[in-house]
Design a protein around this ligand. Sequence first.
Ligand SMILES: [Cu+2]
Length: 146
Amino acid sequence: MKKLLLVIFISVTSLSCTEKKIKMQAYMSPSCGCCKKWVSHLEKNGFEVESIFRENMRMIKSKYNIAQDQISCHTGVVGSYFIEGHVPASDIKKLLDENPDIAGLTVPGMPAGQNVPGMETVDTNAKYNVLSVRKDGSTSIWNIYN
Ligand SMILES: [Cu+2]
C-alpha cells in the first residue's frame, strides 16, 4: 500500500512539472465579451493569462505602436511581443518557439467564425490572416485561415 501511494505521489508531481503554463497579460475593456472568450481559449491551451482592464484601450495600442489598420479589441503581451486581437493559441506558441525579431502578431478587426477563438458567433468559418508585425510596422502573413 505504501509503495502504491509513493507511485501515485511521484506520477502526480511529475505531471504538474511537465505542465508548464505560458504566462501572458491581456489588456481589454471591462465590457468586452469576446476578449474574455479569447482569454478562456488561451487558458484551455496552456496559457496563464492575467487580464488587465482598461477603459482607454487607445493608450495601450499607442504604447505598443500598433498601427490603426492593425488594431482589434484586446492587446496581449507575452515576452517582448504584442498579440493584437483574436490570434489563435497555436500561432502564439509558434511565435514563442521560433522567437523571431519582430514586434508582434495581429488579427486586425474582428473576423467572426468558428475558426476565430472568441469570435464563434456564426456557424461558418472566417477567411482571415494572422499577420506578423515587424519593428518598423510593416507586416507579412504569419498564418492563413479559411
Ligand atoms: Cu474581439
